[in-house]
Design a protein around this ligand. Structure first.
Ligand SMILES: C[S@@+](CC[C@H](N)C(=O)[O-])C[C@H]1O[C@@H](n2cnc3c(N)ncnc32)[C@H](O)[C@@H]1O
Length: 272
């Protein structure tokens, strides 16, 4: 199978899988975002772990800036980031249902944000050098088979001296998925940190309500920390900050005990 066909399979399968997941997320949230965003001060960046994110955002200073999130899911994080003084926001995501909800939340919140349904790897040149700031939040990078492709788009979209902030699940944390039970020390079940290739979430992507369902086939990819750092550096982004934390971001109960391990990280880079 040639690469272009493979890329389309990944992209279209993941689109269908995320559309399916959105229905579960919306059911679990029960219109709480639609009600919340009626309040002009409403934010979803209010988890314990968001404190360090907010400090970084304040350091970067979004006042008057044009900002993006890619991928943005239903837009709740990008809309929340607008409260830090940004002038304009633009979110990109492959899921039709996520973008539909994002547009609905924008109408409710009346914030100056637009959303486009697109595969990030196919964002066209309209947005070249358009953004002062790009935000990448948890569970984003693993959907891209080759991070060099992802960061070449991010770099192309950033203005010179524009910043990218990644607040992500640490690749080490994916170790503990696939049914790892800390009481049984079943190491043979663990995903290898070094194994390349695609993985699948068979019982779904409902990290909001926690419902298990028969999921449409989707593909995610294990990337080591070195893969992430090298892909950033190869795309003219200077790394200005990299911090690792033991905060759990993936709602994975089995790893709640494992606070001796790196479970999340923040990286700030600047386009050169
Ligand atoms: C876990 S969410 C990340 C955003 C946010 N942290 C959240 O939890 O809602 C992953 C998102 O990636 C999107 N996605 C996956 N592959 C994509 C691609 N190639 N282009 C654009 N969006 C993609 C999915 O539709 C989904 O909304």
């Amino acid at each position: 199978m040639c690469d272009i066909v493979k890329k389309n399979i990944v992209s279209e399968s993941n689109r269908a899988a995320w559309n399916q997941a959105l229905k579960y997320h919306q059911k679990a949230r029960n219109n709480s975002l639609q009600i919340g965003f009626k309040n002009p001060k409403f934010t979803t960046l209010n988890r314990d772990c968001d404190e360090i994110l907010i400090n970084e955002i304040k350091n970067i200073n979004l006042t008057g800036k044009t900002i993006s999130q890619m991928p943005c899911n239903n837009g709740r994080e990008l809309l929340s980031l607008m409260h830090f003084g940004a002038k304009e926001g633009l979110g990109f995501d492959i899921s039709d249902l996520a973008i539909r909800e994002a547009r609905q939340l924008t109408e409710i919140s009346k914030l100056n944000v637009k959303f486009e349904r697109v595969d990030i790897l196919e964002i066209d040149e309209t947005y070249n050098h358009y953004f002062d700031f790009i935000y990448v939040s948890e569970g984003s990078l693993q959907w891209f088979p080759d991070l060099n492709d992802y960061f070449s788009v991010a770099s192309r979209l950033l203005k010179k001296d524009g910043k990218i902030l990644i607040f992500e699940i640490h690749p080490f944390a994916y170790f503990f998925e696939n049914g790892f039970d800390p009481k049984k020390q079943n190491f043979e079940k663990m995903t290898s940190y070094f194994k390349k290739g695609s993985y699948n979430y068979n019982d779904g992507l409902d990290y909001v309500g926690g419902v298990k369902y028969e999921a449409k086939k989707c593909y995610w990819f294990m990337h080591k920390i070195s893969d992430i750092l090298n892909a950033i550096l190869q795309n003219k982004i200077e790394i200005q900050k990299f911090s690792e934390y033991n905060m759990e971001m993936a709602n994975n109960d089995s790893i709640k005990f494992l606070d001796k391990f790196p479970l999340s990280y923040i990286l700030v880079g600047e386009k050169k």
